[in-house]
Design a protein around this ligand. Sequence first.
Ligand code: SF4
Ligand code: SF4
Length: 162
Amino acid sequence: MKTELQKLLIEAENLQEQNKKFFAYLRKKKPKNLDYIVHELHLEAFDKINCLECANCCKSLGPRITDKDIEKLSKALKMKSAVFIETYLRIDEDRDFVFRTMPCPFLMNDNYCMVYENRPKACREYPHTDSRQFYKLLNLTLQNTKTCPAVVLIVEELKTKV
Ligand code: SF4
Ligand code: SF4
């Protein structure tokens, strides 16, 4: 990961207590237009950050793999679903399928995703800062400040907007 992206994660680590208080404030206040503001900040953050210089989510978070994901991925890889599951997946403590190994087995050396067109839904939606009803994702977003530099940027800017 590029040094400046690492710096953002370190900065967020140092701001954890402040961030917890800020998210408690958001939970209580439920600011109007929160989705609109966060979606704008999401676009700004991903204009500044190139995921190919980061890939931290693919290296450190295990996305939940749905039955639909298994169907798409095994078809794309021309494997039987059972073989795909046996080769790449395990069941975690929540009884969900996740990748057997991390970093993700489909992450290539240049940080490209080998199965990009067919990547799991959780990968497509991460870090959820362009989702509707952001208010429901506050805990998850606070958690994501530990992993995603873009989320750190979004949260820092959000502090100046609400
Ligand atoms: S979504 Fe976040 S953690 Fe994942 S590669 Fe992009 S900036 Fe990095
Ligand atoms: S499937 Fe692709 S996008 Fe998802 S974690 Fe693996 S490399 Fe990253």
